[in-house]
Ligand binder design. Structure first.
Ligand code: ADP
Ligand code: MG
Length: 273
């Protein structure tokens, strides 16, 4: 792929390999604007399904218009597979940053974690205003560009209330809301749950449900049944602790909306904690 011209784009280098897509940095000929070229290879055994998903992702993300959501400009199909052209995010995925800077019991500073979480919640609120549920919020799908998080990978996003074909469970068990694990239709509170898990992980340096080495079944069992590990919470400011507990309510109706969460966390950050 490297050096190849696709329409007006020239592929420069591979920057990442996700679960389904390979992401390249590309340059637009003439103007030289940098773009991300996300390719799903035709050789995949599940190509038809992944192609449909990439198209769905492109159509949903074209509607979004927010600095915290990756912009998609176009999509199409070439000999090698199908692709989406997106804004190029100069940043690093959040999970790598967490891997480097945190360990169990040693998270990011509270103010830094809350600032990232507030931006994320705002971006999620924007999607929710469009009735889009991201449904796969997790650190590998967040790029931290300087201090600004940008949500990428709308590959599993759905319109509010959609049910997955064949009732398949998709997404990462560690960030999956209990109602989704129980095969309920996918609704906005599932993203609010994932925000709670992500903030917990940033603060604790560990995820709230499932132990290292657990398989998906054990993690999903913990998500559905295990109490929130309160030992981690005790060192955090009381409002932050209470907020995480509300986001990680097992009853989706008891969780706050993303917009309210964003406002609360933003106010907390502005007040200096
Ligand atoms: N627009 C982008 N600019 C730069 N890097 C990106 C962009 N989109 C995704 N990436 C990187 O590529 C990885 C895989 O992309 P993603 O959209 O998550 O694909 P997958 O569906 O395979 O998970 C991400 O974790 C991120 O590191
Ligand atoms: Mg991804």
């Amino acid at each position: 792929m490297i050096g190849q011209r696709i329409g007006i784009y020239r592929i420069e280098e591979q920057v990442a390999q996700g679960g389904t897509a390979t992401v390249y940095r590309a340059l637009q000929e003439g103007g030289g604007a940098e773009l991300a070229f996300k390719l799903v290879e035709r050789a995949r055994p599940d190509y038809a399904e992944q192609r449909a998903r990439l198209r769905h992702e492109a159509s949903l993300s074209l509607r979004a218009n927010h600095p915290g959501i990756v912009r998609t400009y176009s999509s199409g199909e070439i000999e090698e597979g199908c692709y989406a052209v997106q804004e190029f995010l100069h940043g690093r995925p959040l999970h790598r940053i967490l891997r480097e800077r945190t360990s169990p019991g040693q998270g990011l500073p509270v103010a830094e974690a809350l600032a990232i979480a507030a931006d994320l919640a705002e971006a999620v609120a924007h999607l929710h205003g469009l009735e889009i549920v991201h449904a796969d919020l997790k650190p590998p799908n967040v790029m931290l560009c300087g201090t600004r998080p940008v949500i990428c990978d709308l590959g599993l996003a759905v319109l509010e209330g959609e049910v997955r074909p064949h009732g398949a469970l998709m997404g990462s068990p560690s960030y999956m809301a209990p109602e989704i694990a129980a095969h309920a239709p996918i609704r906005r509170p599932a993203d609010v749950w994932a925000l709670g898990v992500i903030l917990f992980e940033m603060l604790a340096g560990a995820r709230p449900f499932g132990l290292r080495g657990d398989g998906p079944h054990e993690i999903l069992k913990a998500v559905r049944e295990a109490p929130l590990p309160k030992a981690w919470l005790k060192d955090w400011p009381a409002e932050v602790r209470a907020s995480i507990e509300r986001l990680l309510e097992r009853n989706p109706l008891a969780r706050p909306r993303a917009a309210a969460v964003a406002a609360e966390w933003r106010a907390w950050v502005r007040a200096g904690g």
